[in-house]
Design a protein around this ligand. Structure first.
Ligand code: F3S
Length: 294
């Protein structure tokens, strides 16, 4: 059985930067907090908790003095910075530079009097943050059916959640253009996401089965699973090696592996090791059977 790992699987530069900054801060401060889990991956969150980085719901949960608040790669709106400043909490801004770019664009468009539309998940922290930079005036479009009930005004611009599927973004844009041909389009899907998706897609065409590794709550991992399934290959989404089932691989010769932007290397390695273990078990079982039949 051959196992091929998609290029660029696992931590993207933005997530790695945020995790590194949080660990670095934990060595210096009495306490380090993040508003919500630093990434949508339970294993990374547990590891950071062990290092003293606490994921909290809101500012009321900050109990220690001399603490740092690390802004996650998803970014936040201006009110979080303001609130931290009022409370005298030191901020370590680990917003991914690609997300920062979208926030700045959205703010600029808003300042120029242009109505901003964000294509993405309205409940995702990144989208909530970007929206806040437009004084919450931006409208979020989650799917193309919604566009029938939304009025795309004349002076309008569209940006995207950085982890969207490109094909999905383009479909929504086509629909928006039916209403307003002159809308400003800014495809803000990040390069790391685009590459990861392209590599996942091409690998899916070349293997018998795909394994997508990442948090069950990770939106970019879920999108990789969708993408691979759409290519017609049997695809399983697992969070850790414990979720794998030996039966999946019984008649497979070539397996593709990919992982979301918030999946650490150690989880990818554990999953691959477990798959190799299954293969070894299968081979020894087969040789036992052969001996019996001789
Ligand atoms: Fe940044 Fe793209 Fe990762 S926006 S956090 S590099 S998925």
């Amino acid at each position: 059985m051959e196992i091929v790992v998609a290029q660029g699987a696992g931590f993207c530069s933005g997530v790695k930067r945020a995790v590194d900054k949080a660990i670095e801060a934990s060595k210096k401060a009495v306490a380090v907090y993040t508003l919500g889990p630093i990434v949508h991956n339970n294993q990374v969150v547990s590891k950071l908790t062990e290092n003293g980085v606490k994921a909290i719901e809101n500012f009321d949960d900050i109990i220690e003095n001399e603490s740092y608040l690390v802004i996650r790669s998803h970014g936040v709106g201006p009110s979080t910075f303001k609130h931290a400043e009022e409370l005298g909490i030191e901020i370590i801004d680990a917003t991914c530079p690609f997300v920062k770019k979208v926030q700045r664009k959205a703010k600029q468009l808003y300042d120029d009097g242009i109505q901003v539309y964000i294509i993405g998940d309205p409940n995702h922290p990144e989208v909530i943050g970007i929206k806040e930079w437009t004084d919450n005036t931006a409208m979020v479009i989650e799917n193309k059916d919604e566009i029938n009930s939304i009025n795309i005004v004349e002076n309008a611009a569209v940006v995207a959640q950085t982890t969207l599927r490109e094909e999905f973004f383009n479909k929504i844009i086509d629909k928006i253009k039916e209403q307003n041909e002159n809308v400003i389009i800014d495809n803000t899907i990040c390069e790391a996401t685009k590459k990861r998706q392209e590599n996942t897609k091409s690998l899916s065409d070349d293997v018998d089965l795909m394994v997508v590794i990442g948090g069950y709550n990770s939106s970019n991992t879920k999108k990789l699973k969708e993408l691979a399934s759409k290519e017609g290959v049997i695809t399983y989404h697992v969070e850790t090696a414990n979720d794998l089932k030996a039966d999946w691989f019984k008649s497979c010769k070539k397996i593709g592996v990919t992982a979301g932007a918030s999946t650490p290397d150690w989880t990818i390695k554990e999953v691959i090791e477990k798959m190799k273990e299954f293969e070894n078990q299968k081979q020894s079982q087969e040789s036992e059977e052969n001996k019996e039949n001789q």
